[in-house]
Design a protein around this ligand. Structure first.
Ligand code: ADP
Ligand code: ADP
Length: 221
């Protein structure tokens, strides 16, 4: 599924955070959304997920306009926010069951066990969020994002704040989870797009500066 953004503009207090940005991504690979802090990455992602309403312009997921089709486009998206507000007193398994119920998933017990296995949380599932390292908290965030098996994953700075080992583990996990999905991943780190992404969109001060396909590389680490 592709992500299409057309002439998207967003201002905060008369200041343009996004200045009529347009792009159309490819499908079923990892797209890096690269730019410094304040470039407009989170704002774009929050508009795509419906958290921030559209002021001007439009966005579509695989040709479906998100304003005209809010329910079906939301169902096709999984989102990892930049600062993940996980309830620290909840148990890993409990928070995943809660999310599965929010999505009205059939066989939610089975699906929770599947995502726990997919994200390597077996040994942590009976721990409270507060007991987890940052890397494992990020795994919980990814498990929450994929629980309804969305075709599009929107990951806002998924490795920011992690230590070097956790960064490698989370990048590897993102690669594993990206099979048959369009992953739109923001970062301010050039090396991250080099190792992870097949397509790169560069944003700076609310404007798209470049958009290109990367040379396909194996053995990225
Ligand atoms: P990025 O994710 O690339 O760091 P953001 O989308 O968070 O960029 O921010 C883009 C610009 O919009 C920045 O100048 C930021 O300070 C501003 N901004 C973001 N959110 C808000 C907000 N809620 N209120 C006011 N300004 C905001
Ligand atoms: P990022 O740049 O990656 O989005 P920030 O630290 O800028 O992260 O933003 C954290 C939160 O604060 C976001 O919810 C964002 O919308 C909000 N925010 C960012 N800049 C401003 C601002 N200038 N005024 C008010 N809220 C802001």
């Amino acid at each position: 599924m592709s992500i299409e953004v057309r002439e998207l503009t967003k201002s905060y207090n008369q200041q343009k955070a996004l200045d009529a940005i347009s792009f159309t991504t490819g499908s079923n690979h990892i797209i890096g959304f690269l730019g410094p802090n304040g470039a407009g990455k989170s704002t774009t992602m929050k508009i795509l997920t419906g958290i921030i309403p559209i002021e001007q312009g439009s966005c579509s997921i695989n040709g479906l306009d998100i304003q005209e089709n809010p329910l079906s486009t939301k169902r096709s998206i999984g989102y990892l926010p930049e600062s993940n507000p996980l309830y620290s007193d909840m148990y890993v398994q409990e928070i995943l069951h809660f999310e599965a119920r929010l999505h009205n998933l059939p066989n939610s017990t089975q699906r929770v066990q599947e995502v726990i296995a997919m994200t390597g949380l077996q040994a942590e599932q009976h721990k409270r969020i507060a007991q987890l390292s940052k890397g494992f908290k990020q795994r919980v965030g990814l498990a929450l994002a994929i629980i309804h098996d969305p075709e599009v994953l929107i990951l806002d700075e998924p490795t920011t704040g992690l230590d070097p080992n956790q960064i490698i583990e989370i990048r590897t996990l993102i690669q594993q989870l990206s099979t048959n999905k369009t992953v739109f991943l923001s970062t301010h780190i050039m090396q991250e797009v080099e190792v992870l992404c097949q397509e790169i969109i560069i944003i700076h001060k609310g404007q798209i500066k470049d958009h290109f396909l990367s040379v396909d590389r194996e053995d990225k680490y």
